[in-house]
Structures are given as structure tokens and as C-alpha cells.
Design a protein around this ligand. Structure first.
Ligand SMILES: NC(=O)c1ccc[n+]([C@@H]2O[C@H](COP(=O)([O-])OP(=O)(O)OC[C@H]3O[C@@H](n4cnc5c(N)ncnc54)[C@H](OP(=O)(O)O)[C@@H]3O)[C@@H](O)[C@H]2O)c1
Length: 324
């Protein structure tokens, strides 16, 4: 098989395409031949070492979709030829094949192509736990979602609208503002040129919002707290601008007895039941037309480094996939 490996944490130039033997399958494992591979911001954190990898050389990526090519002993809910996707590792999805635990594979409905699945499973299940589990958003509520034109953001805007929420989205350019308006976002703030707290105050008539979804991290953290009403919930779920560090907890009292959580997808799909429930919820909102997955930006597997450069450089909208 071919796969992208790195020998050490560092820049995109460390990502090399190599040939490797396909490992033997252990009990409970499945060999998946990839048709499309999801690119996620978390992959850049693993490459740089913000989230350290356990050993080197290491693969990258934790999301892909394709065809079951072989199954190990004791796997009874999958068969060779099934169309599947996974989004919780194992690390090494940037490859033509990966050996995956059968428990983490999702059977794909016929209506969802491999490309669409690789573009949306990790991001869609993230949105699912954010807006349906941590803070179940109700019709009529006004919420703030940062980086609304990104992979996670563009799914979130649509799903929030399908739930009947009023959505305030932030973006880093006027082109991205147009895109999220077309997705249904009610109020768009360009956070490179406007003050987010001031605009949120104005949009909500001084009421502020009950919840902020913040995957940008360092640059937006404090401003996000200023957008929350008393006892509001700050969900800090990413570090696109760098990690949030050194927070004085007293700030939460001073700004209105605020609550903060820092969740990660793995803990919301940790059991087979949780994974199936979240996937089915996501498939349902896709099949009702509430969330449409636009054509992802495609790169050849060999060009994975360029995908990282573009994603980290804020050049992309929606999802990116690699094609092996
Ligand atoms: N905790 C979890 O379970 C979980 C799961 C999935 C994703 N995430 C997080 O969700 C966020 C979005 O992930 P994604 O894969 O969909 O990426 P993405 O949103 O497509 O890309 C990140 C976006 O963040 C914005 N951004 C703001 N400041 C930035 C900076 N200094 N450098 C780079 N980007 C910056 C950019 O949009 P603008 O140009 O519009 O500002 C950029 O396009 C990431 O933080 C990711 O780690 C968390």
C-alpha cells in the first residue's frame, strides 16, 4: 500500500509518500481500501506535535471511506465488499489502505458516496455532539458559531438552521461571508475587521447568546466569553489559531457565572451504540436535505502536504479530501 508518513513532528515538508506492506489482520479488524480520505485540522496538530504522536515513523489522518477488502476473525457485522467509513482513527488514514477495528466502522447508506462520507463524517459527527448532545439547540435560540465557512462550520450552519435556530457566524473574508450567507447563516461577522462582542450585542439587542461554539481557540476565546449571557456556555472545541492557555477561572465569574467545556469527538463515539446513534442522526439530517455536503476540494494523496498548507493558511472553505 502507499501511505503518507512523517519521521518527526514538523512542517508539511515532512510528509512523504512511501510504500509499505499491508499488515496482517488481527481478530476484530478489517482491511479497508480507501476511495477518499478526509483532511481535518486535527491532522495538522498531529503533524506539528501540538497533539503529540506516540511513535515514528507515523502515518497521519483518522478519517476515510472505501470498501471492505478483508475481514479478521470474529467480525460478523461486516462483509467483504461493504461500503464503509470511519472517523475515529486509527492514525494512518492518509493511505491507500488502513487496518481498522470493525467496531469503529460505519456502514454507508447507498445515497452517500465515499467522497461525501470522507468529506463529512468526522465533521458531521462533531457538529452532532456539539449542537445535539452538549448543548441541544432549540428552535428560536440565537447562537454564535466561529469559522462558519470551514469544514465543521459549513455543516453546523445548515444543521442549526434545520433546527430552527438563528445563526451568527464568523468568517475571515468577504468571500467566505457570501458563502455562509448562501448556507442560510442569518448574521455574518468578519472577525478580521469587526468586533465580535460588539456585533453580537447589537444583533441580539443586548441579550447576548446562550452558547458559543469556538473552534478557533486562542484568538477568539476572550471575545467569545463577552458574547455570552449570564450562565451561558462556552464550547471551546479547537485550536485553529493556537491553543487556549493560562485561563484565570475567576474571569468566568466576572463575566456572568459562565460555563466552559473543552470536548473531543472520541468521547462521544466511544461505544458502538453512541457511534451508530450519532451517525444515524447525521444521515437523517442529510437525507431530509437539512444538511447538504458540497463537493469537497480534492487533492491526490501524494499532494497531502499542499492540503495542509491550504487548510492552515485559511485558503479553504468546506471540506478537503485526498484521493489515493
Ligand atoms: N474537538 C473536536 O471534537 C473537534 C472535531 C473536529 C474539528 N475540531 C476543530 O474544529 C475546527 C475546525 O476544523 P475543520 O477541520 O473544519 O477546519 P476548518 O474550519 O475548515 O479550517 C479552520 C478555519 O479556522 C479559521 N481560522 C481562524 N483563525 C485561524 C488561524 N490563525 N489559522 C488557521 N485558521 C484560522 C479559518 O477560517 P476563516 O478564514 O474564516 O477565519 C480556517 O478556515 C478546528 O479547530 C478543529 O480542530 C474539533
Amino acid at each position: 500500500m502507499t501511505r503518507i508518513e512523517i519521521e518527526a513532528h514538523g512542517g508539511p515538508e515532512n510528509m512523504k509518500l512511501v510504500e509499505r506492506d499491508i499488515p496482517d489482520l488481527l481478530a476484530g479488524q478489517v482491511l479497508v481500501r480507501h476511495e477518499a480520505i478526509g483532511v481535518n485540522f486535527i491532522d495538522t496538530y498531529m503533524r506539528t506535535g501540538l497533539y503529540p504522536l506516540p511513535s515514528f515513523p507515523s502515518g497521519l489522518g483518522g478519517e476515510a471511506a472505501g470498501i471492505v477488502e478483508a475481514i479478521g476473525e470474529g467480525v460478523d457485522h461486516m462483509a467483504v465488499g461493504d461500503r464503509v467509513a470511519y472517523c475515529s482513527g486509527p492514525i494512518g488514514a492518509y493511505a491507500s489502505h488502513n487496518v481498522v477495528s470493525a467496531d469503529t466502522l460505519i456502514l454507508l447508506p447507498t445515497s452517500i458516496s465515499a467522497k461525501k462520507a470522507a468529506a463529512s463524517m468526522l465533521k458531521g459527527l462533531t457538529v452532532q455532539y456539539l449542537i445535539r448532545q452538549i448543548y441541544p439547540v432549540q428552535a428560536g435560540e440565537t447562537v454564535l458559531f466561529h469559522a462558519a465557512a470551514g469544514g465543521v462550520g459549513s455543516i453546523a450552519v445548515q444543521w442549526l438552521k434545520a433546527l430552527g435556530a438563528t445563526v451568527i457566524g464568523t468568517v475571515g473574508s468577504e468571500e467566505k461571508a457570501d458563502l455562509v450567507r448562501n448556507l442560510g447563516c442569518d448574521h455574518v461577522i468578519n472577525y478580521r475587521t469587526e468586533s465580535v462582542p460588539e456585533r453580537v450585542l447589537e444583533i441580539t439587542g443586548g441579550a447576548k447568546v446562550p452558547v458559543v461554539f469556538d473552534g478557533v481557540g486562542k484568538d477568539t476565546f476572550e471575545g467569545s466569553l463577552d458574547c455570552l449571557r449570564q450562565r451561558g456556555l462556552m464550547i471551546s472545541f479547537g485550536n485553529a489559531s493556537g491553543p487556549v492557555e493560562g485561563v484565570n477561572l475567576g474571569i468566568l465569574a466576572a463575566k456572568g457565572s459562565l460555563m466552559v467545556t473543552r470536548p473531543t469527538l472520541a468521547h462521544f463515539v466511544a461505544t458502538r451504540e453512541a457511534l451508530e446513534n450519532a451517525s444515524n442522526d447525521f444521515f437523517a439530517v442529510m437525507s431530509s436535505g437539512g444538511v447538504k455536503i458540497g463537493a469537497p476540494i480534492e487533492y491526490a494523496l501524494a499532494d497531502a502536504a499542499q492540503a495542509h498548507i491550504d487548510l492552515s493558511g485559511r485558503k479553504t472553505t468546506g471540506s478537503l479530501v485526498l484521493i489515493p
